[in-house]
Design a protein. Structure first.
Length: 382
């Protein structure tokens, strides 16, 4: 499995999800209002060690929520349907939406080179911001090295000894990009695909440069406030998760065995605009439903967002757009969305192409559980 938080901290998102979703074709039995298969998949996650799960579905105007397991291993307190949690890479869809809104306003172009907005930032060891477009940042075809794959970064933030020493460190976006620049690019811009959190740290920096405001301010103004996402927040350097919320747990190790650690409190600046957002399942359903229904972007920009590139694993049925994955489920249903992992928290949010049927859920552990099975259960039935 590898170091799950390290790869999932904002990691091979859609790809990790898609591997779970790949499987033999099943006859399409749209789940509709029947959530039996969803409940079965959630219970299976608990049975193999996920401490707790919270999930909410919005389907043609109806809302259904469920919880399983515990939100606190010490007290046994259950999870709540209203739990707020760190959503990791789901943040990327919010960031991409802001960039596309700025394009719709004529304030930037997806074809702009990164160096136009961030001169001198992407250079060194073969990186060249004069040759990489904003579009290539958003669809992960830039070739820029992923800073969370840096060995020293991994040791400092994803191993037990490192995490407890460094969990409250504050990192600037420039710090994170500088780590990536100490490595060679993964490939020449536009020639391949590789998930890189650095791309979205840079996208957040572009938002700041274009608007004069932080990516947090623009997400609040453009998405959180208009959609009335009451449980959604950008924490900055705040180390706690707002209530109501559960504890978050990790093995902080390469394996799924060994001790379990409470990793709830941490400084999310290590994730920056690639993965720092906090939300709840209902808000995530609202956001992705509104996005796919065209409530946040004009048709031209939504089409750009949904223009996908292969991720190198066609068998898995996942293609990647601009901060949005297109996942073909084994029953043939397409869902659009993202997944995200950060210490002790694994989340998925997906919706149908018309935004009418949305599912968002969270595991408060980062070492086990088949998230893909939950998605298949909800959208394909048994």
């Amino acid at each position: 499995m590898g170091l799950r938080v390290r790869t999932a901290l904002m990691a091979t998102t859609a790809v990790a999800l898609s591997v779970a979703l790949a499987g033999p074709a099943m006859a399409a039995e749209p789940a509709g209002k029947d959530h039996t298969a969803t409940l079965t998949a959630i219970q299976a996650a608990i049975d193999i060690g996920v401490p707790g799960v919270t999930a909410t579905v919005k389907d043609d105007g109806t809302t259904w929520s469920t919880t399983a397991g515990v939100g606190n291993l010490r007290t046994g307190k259950p999870r709540s349907a209203d739990d707020r949690y760190r959503v990791g890479s789901i943040t990327k869809t919010f960031v991409s939406t802001v960039i596309l809104q700025l394009e719709a306003e004529g304030r930037l172009s997806l074809d702009d080179k990164v160096a136009k907005w961030l001169p001198g930032v992407v250079e060194g060891n073969g990186h060249d911001g004069t040759k990489i477009t904003l579009r290539e940042l958003l669809n992960h075809t830039s070739g820029i090295f992923n800073y969370t794959a840096d060995e020293d970064f991994g040791t400092a933030y994803f191993t037990k000894d490192g995490f407890f020493q460094h969990r409250y460190d504050t990192k600037s976006a420039a710090d994170l990009v500088a780590i990536a620049m100490t490595h060679k690019p993964d490939f020449a811009p536009g020639t391949s695909w590789n998930y890189s959190n650095t791309n979205y740290v840079l996208a957040g920096m572009v938002i700041q440069k274009v608007t004069g405001h932080s990516y947090e301010t623009e997400i609040r103004r453009r998405i959180i406030n208009p959609l009335h996402l009451k449980a959604t927040s950008l924490p900055g350097a705040r180390v706690t998760v707002p209530q109501p919320s559960s504890r978050a747990y990790s093995k902080l190790a390469e394996t799924a065995t060994g001790p379990t650690y409470d990793v709830t409190n941490l400084n999310p600046t290590i994730a920056s605009s690639a993965g720092s957002l906090i939300s709840d399942s209902s808000d995530l359903d609202r956001f992705y439903g509104a996005l796919l229904r065209g409530e946040l972007l004009p048709g031209k920009q939504l089409k750009e967002m949904k223009t996908t590139v292969p991720t190198g694993d066609d068998s898995a049925g996942t293609r990647y757009g601009l901060g949005l994955a297109d996942i073909t489920l084994p029953c043939g249903v397409h869902v659009w969305g993202h997944d995200g992992g950060i210490h002790g928290s694994s989340s998925v949010a997906v919706t149908t192409a018309d935004g009418s049927h949305s599912l968002a859920f969270n595991f408060n552990g980062d070492w086990s559980g088949d998230a893909g099975a939950v998605v298949v259960g909800e959208f394909c039935g048994t």
